[in-house]
Design a protein around this ligand. Sequence first.
Ligand code: ATP
Length: 215
Amino acid sequence: MRDLTVRYDAATAVDGVSLDVGPGELVALIGPNGAGKSTLVNALCGLLRPASGTIAVRGDLALVPEGRHLFPSLTVDDNLRLGAWRRKDRDTAHIYALLPELVVLRDRPAGRLSGGEQQMVALGRALMARPDLLVIDEMSLGLAPKIVDGLAAHLRERNAADGLAVLLIEQNARLALQLCARAYVLEAGRVVAAGPSEQLRNDASVAAAYLGLEA
Ligand code: ATP
């Protein structure tokens, strides 16, 4: 993404952002409410037209949207299969191997799952597309730490096994900086800090704003 600017009428939500995710990289995008994270993701996925700047995606991208957006009356298995609507191969076995918690839920309507279970289905559905890049908008929102740890472990696994690249949008900076080797900090539509997560964790202003540590 180069010099990306996205506006809602006169309001600029993303203001000249440049961002890269390399093949097989885990990259986080953190920032407070209203920073422009979802706007950036929606532009990246082609749901919003940027006012200026360029976006180039090499390979296939799949999105795990904020709020999950499952089909509540369809079963877990049917929701997963919808993730592969563009592919001939709609076999869900590899998702159950990766997320075994879903095996016993496979015939249950998605609307009758807990929040964490729904988030797992949303992740599985995105992985059904066998993407090169997975974009996850707010993975941890409303989920118990144990579930979040499980999802993070699954992502690490897929990253190590298949070189899946991930752009993780997170309010939980601690989790994001732990899971991803590199991160961008977005504030009021601009990148205010970027670099290796280790370096950002040790940056006093980032730590004060996002990790609850004294500056
Ligand atoms: P959060 O963490 O709260 O989800 P965010 O970082 O994802 O926030 P965005 O949802 O991208 O932030 O919003 C960025 C800015 O754009 C905010 O000031 C928001 O009020 C504004 N905004 C978002 N959607 C619209 C819209 N459809 N029309 C007008 N303004 C919008």
